[in-house]
Design a binder for this molecule. Sequence first.
Ligand code: KIV
Length: 267
Amino acid sequence: MKNTKTVLDIQRMKVEGEKIAVLTAYDYPFARLMDLAGIDIILVGDSVGSVVSGYDNTLPVTMDEMIYHTRAVIRGSSSALVVADMPFLSYQIDIVEARRNAGRLIKEAGAQAVKLEGGENVAATIRAIVDMDVPVMGHIGLTPQSIHRMGGYKVQGKEDAQARQLLADARAVEAAGAFALVLEGIPAPLAQTITAGLRIPTIGIGAGVHCDGQVLVIHDILGLCEKYSPKFVKRYADVSGTIGRGIADYIREVKGGAFPGEEHSFK
Ligand code: KIV
């Protein structure tokens, strides 16, 4: 039996002033490593489309892909809360489909909660999913599934009207029953105001220091994906360099006859 953190544990962390550490993972080995290191929440993000599948954005990611990656993450984690992203078109069509897809991420993939993007416009959907006892994490601000409306990955909420809308979105997501809220790509003072005004924890990404927790994409912090390098990412390792050197050494040894050695051969 896994001793998994629950949404109640995560909410208690806000009350007790303990910051919530969140990372994305899409497979068994990364989930295992971050679970062992003590991560609070593993998010199986639809960012899998960009950093693993090589798509230009998250829009092509399917439910089947999310279920596949979430299952692998579940097998690698034992104490982190695992939240699975609802991909584009899995919750926008109608509430019945949204409930079915949220349920699939719990029943078929084993996630403990789901995440979906949007504010007032998805409040009824969040409520409908929460009503079937599936915990929902909200996500407002720079929402990557809205890339075409936003005209690119741009900081949101800089103008007063946009900031007011984001405040209303945050309140609507909380009122709809979400257990936590991701604030992505918004000015730090706005994130501070939203965080202070909500009972549920906020998880920031490019939203400054005052959020109740932080989330980053694992490939970004380890230097595994050179495609984008947003200002809000801090790089903690150069895994691409290490992998590149390992592969180059292997190629050189195979071509030079240094590998395999006697010790790698059967008698
Ligand atoms: O898909 C994702 O990884 C996300 C986080 C970056 C918040 O939504």
